[in-house]
Write a protein that binds this ligand. Structure first.
Ligand code: 6MZ
Length: 352
């Protein structure tokens, strides 16, 4: 394959490490807390699913093949809004219970299996979808059944709500999460994701309240883009989240709340660089929070379009500038511990 380029910051950082640095990173217990299932399916698995695709969703096999070829060449995103157009093709290929189970197995394996696993614990997230072949509940059940093949200390599921959803659809997703949790299934939290500028978040609050009261962890994509308003951000903070995704553009009022309440931030370095929501790695807000000893968790977000891995993201912390942040071993160890400490279920807010 081609040598890593600037389009692959995590690979560049990874390749600049010595064997002994790499073995330090490999030996650290690491928690992946922010990985979207349909954004992390290995390309070979999508290609396999494409070869079995019979056009039931209205796409031609050629159209599917073309968009997978684009992913293979490495997508270049001009801005974050380009990112969401990658998903219709992937969704076409994961629209049956069998296909979503196959995809889930592959994602779990890619993070947790092998001689040198990416992480020791994976909290996978996914947005329930209704298709011609399955209901939202069947979708989640297919995924959770695969997650439960791993021990509880290795894997769990977060149910995502998409900002573009109607209130009724969001309510259905939260109800599924609560029902499965109450039935003893491995659902540990709910997430809010999707196009950062869509929807009116006030309308979703009561559902996140229900999730919290049921003992589910709450994580919210927040202030991911410059265009997110302070009202939107403060509204989301009123949901009392346990963790936040990205939190790139917090204003002073929001920062004060996040710092005072010690709300863990899920940090996705490569994602933010490639979606161009941060100018460069050196400008990334992870250092601001880390210097304040504010909890952060290092995560991949979507390994397929971002061509990254947990080891690659940790390499970005360890490599010397300009390819990495040049953190010391003890500092990286501390960051990895923060990730492990912020796994769901959430600790009571008073002991945070
Ligand atoms: C916001 C994102 C995202 O749920 O179908 N998703 N939402 N910001 C991001 N940062 C780049 N990355 C992924 O996985 C894919 C879905 O996750 C959300 C999007 O809604 C995407 O459609 P699931 O498994």
């Amino acid at each position: 394959s081609n040598p890593p380029s600037d389009a692959d910051p995590a690979k560049v950082a990874f390749c600049s490490l010595t064997e002994s640095q790499l073995s330090i990173l490999k030996s650290l217990p690491k928690a992946e807390l922010h990985a979207h299932l349909n954004g992390c399916i290995p390309l070979a698995v999508l290609q396999q699913l494409a070869s079995e695709y019979s056009g039931e969703g209205g796409h031609t096999s050629d159209a599917i093949r073309q968009s997978l070829d684009k992913l293979k060449d490495g997508v270049e995103l001009k801005e974050i809004s380009d990112f969401f157009s990658l998903f219709p093709t992937i969704y076409e290929l994961t629209s049956t219970p069998n296909a979503i189970a196959t995809a889930t197995r592959a994602v779990l394996e890619s993070f947790l299996d092998g001689d040198s696993p990416q992480c020791s614990y994976l909290e996978l997230r996914s947005t329930p979808r209704t298709t011609a072949c399955m209901s939202r509940r069947e979708y989640v059940e297919a995924i959770v059944a695969e997650v439960e093949k791993y021990p509880a200390e290795k894997a769990a599921l977060i149910v995502s709500v998409d900002r573009r959803m109607s209130v009724a659809d969001a309510e259905e997703c939260v109800t599924i999460a609560i029902d499965l949790k109450n039935a003893g299934r491995r659902v540990v939290g709910v997430d809010l994701c999707g196009d950062p500028l869509a929807g009116d978040m006030q309308l979703l609050k009561s559902n996140f309240d229900r999730a919290r009261e049921a003992g589910l962890g709450i994580t919210l994509h927040i202030a991911e883009t410059e265009k997110n308003t302070s009202e939107d951000t403060l509204q989301l903070l009123s949901f009392k989240p346990d963790r936040l995704g990205h939190a790139t553009f917090l204003d002073d009022a929001a920062k004060k709340i996040v710092l005072e309440q010690g709300i863990c931030i899920e940090i996705c370095l490569t994602s933010n660089i490639l979606c161009k929501t941060v100018k460069s790695l050196q400008d990334h807000h992870v250092m601001y929070h880390f210097r304040l000893d504010h909890p952060v968790a290092i995560c991949t977000d979507d390994t397929l379009p971002f061509r990254n891995s947990m080891l690659g993201e940790y390499a970005l912390l360890m490599a010397e500038p300009p390819h990495g942040l040049g953190l010391k071993e003890s500092e990286i160890k501390r960051i990895a511990e923060m990730g492990m400490q912020n796994r769901f279920p959430p600790r009571p807010r008073s002991d945070k």
